[in-house]
Design a protein around this ligand. Structure first.
Ligand SMILES: CCCCCCCC/C=C\CC(=O)SCCNC(=O)CCNC(=O)[C@H](O)C(C)(C)COP(=O)(O)OP(=O)(O)OC[C@H]1O[C@@H](n2cnc3c(N)ncnc32)[C@H](O)[C@@H]1OP(=O)(O)O
Length: 243
């Protein structure tokens, strides 16, 4: 599955919906057993959630958007398919969450390709299920530091803290993901799937139990004047970078 939403694979509502439909199609076709998730945008895996979906819109839109973000995470996190991400570019916040929801992560060895949950740098906070997904991957202490400081880890550090499983030269990301896949596909499918569910269901259940409350929290939080202002300032900084 190659993500293509130029220029930066931001997760707009439309793009999230496309990803969901693609995943559902693959999941419902018995011929498919695995996905390698990668990017078709040079140098960028994903710039995360689309800031334009969270800025200057109405509460109904925020609620619809957040429901789609929740759905994408739940579907990827609990997918019965083996999902491996071949991370071939910078990967921030919501994009990093997507990669953390995979079963295995291969990252291209390029110092520009940092990844992490950098929400605090924007003046926003990672929701509890982003936090849980990170804690399940790197452990509590590393997650605590990474989340508070909004750290984006370059490849060597991402490997060292366990945010990714393998770092390889850029031209080998896909072949490394394919080689890894062979090992996962050699395991009897039902045993692997039930074990995945055993490991992940408690984390997903936390959100499933509080889904509506989580949407309401998001809408309240993102509608605040101070948060809207912080997002506008951040977007402006991104644009000024060019001049
Ligand atoms: C109680 C519950 C509370 C819940 C709170 C909310 C929780 C929200 C959770 C997650 C949030 C997110 O995912 S926020 C997104 C975070 N992402 C980032 O910080 C990355 C931002 N982008 C960049 O750093 C860079 O764009 C890049 C490194 C990814 C690429 O750099 P490059 O130089 O190649 O490209 P540009 O920076 O020039 O960008 C091109 C173009 O794209 C626009 N852009 C970039 N990122 C986004 C984005 N995330 N959303 C929307 N648009 C984005 C950028 O402004 C440029 O636009 P223009 O061409 O119009 O200038």
């Amino acid at each position: 599955m190659k993500m293509r939403n130029p220029p930066v694979n931001s997760l707009s509502l439309e793009f999230l919906t496309e990803l969901l439909i693609s995943l559902e199609k693959l999941e419902s076709d018995k011929a498919f057993h695995a996905i390698i998730l990668t990017s078709d945008c040079p140098g960028i895996f994903s710039a995360g959630l689309d800031l334009m979906e969270m800025c200057g819109r109405d509460p109904t839109h925020y609620a619809e958007y957040w429901k789609a973000v929740q759905e994408l995470w739940l579907r990827f996190y609990l997918s019965h398919l083996v999902v491996i991400s071949a991370i071939n570019g910078v990967n921030a916040a919501g994009g990093c969450l997507l990669a953390l929801s995979c079963d295995y992560r291969v990252l291209a060895d390029n110092p520009k390709y940092a990844m992490g949950l950098n929400e605090t740098l924007l003046g926003i906070i990672a929701p509890f299920w982003f936090k849980d997904t990170l804690v399940n991957t790197v452990g509590h202490r590393t997650a605590e530091r990474a989340l508070q400081l909004g750290l984006l880890f370059p490849p060597a550090e991402a490997l060292q803290v366990g945010m990714v499983d393998k770092v390889v030269p850029e031209d080998q990301v896909l072949s490394a993901a394919r080689s890894e896949l062979a090992q996962w596909l050699a395991i009897p499918g039902h045993a692997r799937q039930l074990t995945k569910s055993l490991m992940r269901k408690p984390t997903a259940d936390r959100l499933l139990k509080e889904r509506d409350a989580d949407i309401q929290n998001f809408v309240r939080f993102i509608s605040r004047d101070a948060i809207q202002k912080a997002l506008r300032v951040y977007l402006e900084k991104l644009k000024q970078k060019k001049t």
